[in-house]
Design a protein around this ligand. Structure first.
Ligand SMILES: [Fe+2]
Ligand SMILES: [Fe+2]
Length: 191
């Protein structure tokens, strides 16, 4: 029996398995973790600006911070519109993001840029995975995520152009920041 199959639009969460979160929960988790991540990003750049704000690199960092604020506002709106519970960890990211930004900036401009490379690479991967899970029922959200992902890649490229790889202990530093960022993502998805 051959049946001509019409291509059916892919729906969010359609490949989920028994025991996986429902479609609504899946989307709520995405918005929760993304809002938390953008909040953390704003705080990282604020920490960097506290140290490097008056330098030439400060201008570039200010540009990144402004973009992160736009990203955050978009997720703030979605949290309100869709009634998603925001992460309970905002006070943690308030402090941890700022501390990470300030500490790397105190190591020097290149270390601050290395921090940006590490964070943005993790976010790139995170947003790519999310976009892949979203179906034709969530084209708006998917569009935002893809737009922001392109911005994050610009930040990474700018940080590389500013000599991130010349930071002291670049490999160890970026590995540590990536591990921390992945842990923050894991926690903010759930808590
Ligand atoms: Fe962002
Ligand atoms: Fe970014």
């Amino acid at each position: 029996m051959s049946e001509a199959r019409k291509p059916r639009p892919k729906l969010t969460g359609e490949d989920s398995l028994p025991g996986d979160p429902s479609r609504e929960e899946l989307i709520a988790r995405m918005i929760r973790v993304d809002q938390a991540g953008e909040y953390g990003a704003v705080r990282i750049y604020e920490g960097q600006l506290a140290v490097l704000g008056r330098t030439e690199a400060g201008q570039a960092i200010q540009g990144m911070a402004d973009k992160e604020r736009e990203h955050l506002q978009a997720f703030d709106r979605m949290i309100a519109e869709r009634g998603v519970r925001p992460t309970a960890l905002a006070p943690v990211w308030h402090v941890a993001g700022y501390a990470l930004g300030a500490a790397t900036a105190l190591l020097g401009e290149r270390a601050a840029m290395a921090c940006t490379v590490a964070v943005e690479e993790v976010i790139d991967d995170h947003y790519a995975k999310q976009a892949e899970k979203l179906g034709e029922d969530e084209t708006n959200l998917r569009g935002k995520i893809e737009e922001f992902r392109a911005d994050e890649l610009e930040h990474r490229d700018e940080a590389l152009a500013r000599g991130a790889e010349g930071a002291p202990a670049y490999e160890a530093l970026t590995a540590a920041v990536k591990a921390g960022s992945r842990l923050a993502i894991w926690l903010s998805t759930r808590i």
